[in-house]
Design a protein around this ligand. Structure first.
Ligand SMILES: Nc1ncnc2c1ncn2[C@@H]1O[C@H](COP(=O)(O)OP(=O)(O)OP(=O)(O)O)[C@@H](O)[C@H]1O
Length: 617
């Protein structure tokens, strides 16, 4: 085709771009050094091995980021050669496998994961037939590294690649490793495992003579090369500097037809390696993506803070609760708020109501404090003369009062089984009968249920109906205890202290560092409510402007950091303890003073005297 090919070769080898010319049969006429470099055909700079082929018993190490893609067609048949017979392995999977070639006495070691299961990297470390082997498929930095007895063989890739190292079984020395340009050399994973001879590398390597070969032999199954060939055959396509992929390498190509005497005699392709540019672009894209993610998160946090100004705390866990609350506010579904006592269940329920039906009534029913005999009439109301002691004019129930708005059924786990059945009916069709009533009352009420009990456990114990549980558990929100989000303590103190000082009617007080440390080290069994109480007590106890640890009355068993400065007069400690115990026992007995006195073993006079002394209502 060209008379002076020698000169042409000389000139084209000086070019800084790859240059390939084929004739109209697809036979390579010119393939300059740069093109060989781009496609990995020049490989005398690498770790050496001789030419050869795989033998029975050889140790095979494979790292493949997408089985069957750009790895020379690795398939189940090739994997069987090393004893891997696993129908779960699919095309596109990320695979690391080590085995002995055609030696059924040796069990292979492998891991295979779906491409969506591997986030950043797949790794395997093993001792195989006495050799320390480590394989890492790093999907972030796009590099596969195979290490055998400390010797490393790495392969960078752009999209997909299959890496392979073969060790001689007898000497345990490397006899083949995969390197760029395997498509051009016809040394894909399948070729090698099928027993095809491979070329030498490093000092023993000879140049792969590509001149005179068919272009498809060097560049198998590649769209750009097919186009190149079509142009050489006579098609009229040409372009300048277009992004193309050849043998899996990102390149920038210029394609021109070569005509002589008005007849197509071939085509020329100029190729620029842009894998480095691609890598930089990818790094930039990753950085931009991360930046966008951070910005989005910051924006989201700011938005949540603005949407729920009363809910203090920006810990990850609390922001997640706020996100759920926002989602719940945008639906009409029944919401179940779970969490220990004092974590803010009522607060969240109110926030959901305010963002969804804020202009309508919000009715908070504490099912735990209303005696069971009364709860039914409180919830559903009664007609006049429904029972003795009923008001003559009858009464609207909480459901009716909440019509259009929200009803919060707090401590739902406390409701008795017969009432649970009635509640289930209301939740099913949002209608009910008043006690003694004939007329079905329909309401449009959003139900929010809350509980600090583990309702699933209550179901197992037979205390809570399973069908009611499923009815209320449509949109569950769990509020983590304060001890699991201690980063919220400081913002809570910052927000609560000024309000408490105002309520108590004193000037502003601040928390000393040691006092804050004490709060951070505490376990918070009573959560935010306990924090509020402790701060209020501290504000009352401290005369100056600074609250010190001695002003913080924490539950003794948790107060591990008890120091000299924490000591308060015994009389004061006893008084605090007495007050606390009476209040908690009263709460346990739902305000029943008789039962409280009895449980505490106190006389009536002593009990009422303490109630007065400690101003307990
Ligand atoms: N994240 C928060 N930001 C500000 N205040 C909070 C927060 N969480 C709780 N609180 C305050 O703590 C106190 C207890 O909260 P709330 O009554 O909502 O808890 P609860 O989980 O419903 O308690 P219980 O189960 O005992 O009824 C309230 O005064 C509430 O305002």
């Amino acid at each position: 085709m060209f008379e002076s090919t020698e000169h042409l070769e000389l000139f084209t080898d000086m070019m800084s771009e790859g240059f390939i010319v084929i004739d109209n049969n697809g036979t390579i006429q010119i393939y300059n050094n740069k093109a060989k470099e781009i496609f990995g055909i020049l490989h005398n700079q690498q770790i050496s091995h001789l030419k050869g082929k795989i033998n029975d018993g050889d140790i095979v190490i494979i790292g493949d980021n997408a089985v069957g893609k750009d790895d020379g067609g690795l398939d189940s048949e090739s994997l069987e050669y090393i004893g891997v017979r696993d129908k779960r392995i699919r095309e596109d999977d990320v695979l690391i496998a080590v085995g002995a070639y055609k030696d059924s006495s040796v069990k292979p070691v492998y891991i295979c994961k779906g491409s969506d299961e591997v986030k950043n990297a797949l790794k395997m470390e093993t001792k195989f037939l006495g050799i320390d082997i480590k394989v890492v498929i790093d999907l972030v930095n796009k590099i596969i590294t195979i290490e055998a007895d400390g010797e490393k063989y790495s392969m960078n890739y752009v999209r997909y690649i299959g890496h392979l190292v073969i060790l001689d079984r007898a000497t345990k020395k490397m006899k083949f490793y995969q390197a760029q340009g395997y498509t051009a050399r016809g040394e894909g994973l399948k070729d090698i495992l099928d027993g095809k001879e491979y070329m030498a590398k490093g000092e023993n390597s000879e140049f792969l003579n590509v001149i005179g070969k068919n272009v498809f032999e060097i560049h198998k199954g590649c769209k750009t090369i097919k186009e190149f060939y079509d142009v050489a055959k006579g098609e009229n396509i040409s372009y300048i500097d277009e992004f193309k992929e050849i043998n899996g390498f990102p390149t920038m190509c210029t394609l021109i037809p070569v005509d002589k005497d008005g007849k197509r005699i071939g085509a020329a392709l100029k190729v620029e390696d842009i894998s480095e540019i691609k890598r930089v672009i990818r790094e930039r894209d990753d950085a931009l993506f991360n930046l966008e993610k951070v910005e989005k998160e910051l924006h989201e946090e700011k938005m949540l803070k603005e949407l729920f100004p009363n809910i203090i705390g920006e810990s990850k866990k609390m922001n997640y609760v706020k996100k759920l609350a926002l989602k719940a506010a945008n639906t009409n579904s029944t919401v179940l708020i779970l969490g220990e006592s004092g974590t803010g269940k009522t607060l969240i329920a109110k926030a959901i109501h305010e963002r969804s039906r804020g202009d309508k009534p919000f009715v908070h029913v504490n099912c735990g404090t209303i005696p069971d005999t009364l709860l039914e009439s409180e919830l559903f109301g009664y007609e006049r003369g429904a029972f003795t002691g009923a008001r003559a004019e009858g009464k609207k129930g909480f459901f009716e009062m909440a019509n259009g708005g929200t009803i919060l059924l707090d401590e739902i786990g406390e409701i008795s089984p017969p009432l649970q059945v009635k509640l289930l009916q209301v939740l099913q069709d949002r209608s009910f009968y008043k006690i003694g009533g004939q007329e079905k009352i329909k309401v449009d009420v959003r139900v929010i249920a809350a509980s600090n009990r583990n309702l699933e456990e209550e179901i197992l114990k037979g205390n809570f109906r399973e069908d009611l549980y499923y009815r209320i558990n449509v949109f569950p929100i769990w509020i983590p205890p304060l001890r699991e989000r201690k980063e919220d303590i400081y913002p809570l103190v910052e927000a609560l202290l000024p309000a408490i000082c105002e309520k108590v009617g004193c000037g502003r007080k601040t928390l000393s560092v040691e006092a804050l440390n004490m709060l951070l080290n505490y376990d918070w069994p009573g959560n935010v409510r306990e924090l509020e109480n402790i701060l209020e007590r501290a504000v009352n106890l401290c005369d100056g402007n600074s609250i010190f640890s001695k002003h913080l009355v924490l539950k003794p068993n948790n107060n591990e950091n008890f120091e000299i400065s924490d000591i308060v007069p015994l009389k004061q400690s006893v008084a605090e303890f007495e007050k606390d115990t009476i209040k908690r026992t009263l709460k346990l007995h739902k305000g029943d003073k008789k039962k409280t006195m009895k449980s505490l073993g106190m006389s009536k006079t002593a009990f009422y005297e303490r109630l007065k002394k400690y101003d307990i209502q």
